[in-house]
Design a protein around this ligand. Structure first.
Ligand code: 1GP
Length: 255
C-alpha cells in the first residue's frame, strides 16, 4: 500500500520533533465550545494532529463534530473510530485499526470490512494500525464495549509478539492503549520493550495525566502520545503547551 501524505507528515514530525503529540477529542465528553476552542489553539500549542473518536456515540452528531474540528484547526484531523458508523468525509485520514489483542472477530475484521468501502468513497487516507489493549486497572469503556481481554500489564513478551504480528501484517503503526481515563497508563517498561522490538512506530495513550507521564513514554521509545482526558473540558493553552513541550524531546532546551 502506498503511504499517504498524512502518514508521511506524522513520520516527519516524529523525526524532527522527537515524537508527536496527538490530542484526542471525544465529542461525547467535550462540549462543541470546548472542542472548537481546543482545535483553534492546537497548532500554536504544539499539537501535531487531532484524533476524533469515541467508544460509542451517545447523543453527539459525530460527523458534524469532525467537520467543526476540521474547520477550526490547521493540524491534520484523523478519525479514531469506535465503529464504522463514525467514518465521515471531512477528516484528513483515519486510523484503520484492528483490535489485535482481542479475539473478537467483530473488532478484528468485521468492522473493517464494513468500513473499507466507506473510507474509499470518502477519499480518506487509511493508516493501518494494530490496536492493543493493555491491562490498566478497573474495566475501561473500550474493554467493555469490545468484549475483549487486555494484555496483562507485566507481560511485555505478549505485547511484543502482538506488535510484531501487526508489523508483519503490514500495519504502519501499533497503538498501546490503556483506555481513556485509565487508572494506570501503559507501563514505561512495556513501551520500551515494544518500541525496541518492532520497526513500526508506537503510539501510547490512555491515562497519561501529566506532561511528565507523556515524556516518560517518549523517552522509552514511543513515537506518538495521545492525550484526551488529561485535557478534557479545558482549552487551557498553558497545559496543552506543557504537553507539547514534554513530547517534543528534540525541541527541549536543556541548560
Ligand atoms: C484513549 O488513548 C486515548 O483512546 C487517550 O486516553 O483520554 O486517558 O488521555 P485519555
Amino acid at each position: 500500500m502506498i503511504e499517504g501524505p498524512i502518514y508521511n507528515k506524522l513520520m516527519t514530525t516524529r523525526k524532527e520533533r522527537g515524537a508527536g503529540f496527538l490530542l484526542l477529542i471525544d465529542p461525547d465528553r467535550v462540549t462543541p465550545e470546548i472542542y472548537t476552542a481546543q482545535a483553534e489553539i492546537a497548532a500554536d500549542c504544539g499539537v501535531d494532529a487531532i484524533l476524533v473518536g469515541t467508544s460509542f456515540v451517545l447523543d453527539s452528531d459525530f460527523s458534524s463534530a469532525v467537520s467543526r474540528i476540521k474547520e477550526a484547526s490547521s493540524v491534520p484531523v484523523l478519525i479514531f473510530p469506535g465503529s464504522y458508523a463514525q467514518i465521515c468525509p471531512s477528516a484528513d485520514a483515519i486510523l484503520f485499526t484492528s483490535l489485535l489483542s482481542g479475539r473478537n472477530p467483530f473488532y478484528l475484521i468485521e468492522e473493517q470490512v464494513k468500513g473499507a468501502p466507506i473510507i474509499k468513497r470518502c477519499n480518506l487516507e487509511p493508516i493501518p494500525t494494530g490496536y492493543l489493549l493493555i491491562e490498566s486497572g478497573p474495566l475501561t469503556s473500550v474493554q467493555y464495549i469490545s468484549g475483549t481481554l487486555p494484555i496483562p500489564r507485566t507481560k511485555n513478551d505478549i505485547a511484543c509478539a502482538h506488535a510484531l504480528a501487526a508489523e508483519y501484517l503490514g500495519m504502519k503503526l501499533v497503538y498501546l492503549e490503556a483506555g481513556s481515563g485509565a487508572e494506570n497508563s501503559v507501563p514505561v517498561e512495556m513501551v520500551e520493550a515494544v518500541s525496541s522490538y518492532v520497526d513500526i512506530s508506537v503510539i501510547v495513550g490512555g491515562g497519561l495525566r501529566t506532561p511528565e507521564d507523556a515524556e516518560a513514554r517518549v523517552r522509552a521509545g514511543a513515537s506518538f502520545v495521545v492525550i484526551g482526558s488529561g485535557l478534557e473540558c479545558r482549552s487551557d493553552r498553558t497545559l496543552i503547551n506543557e504537553f507539547g513541550c514534554a513530547v517534543h524531546v528534540k525541541e527541549t532546551v536543556t541548560i
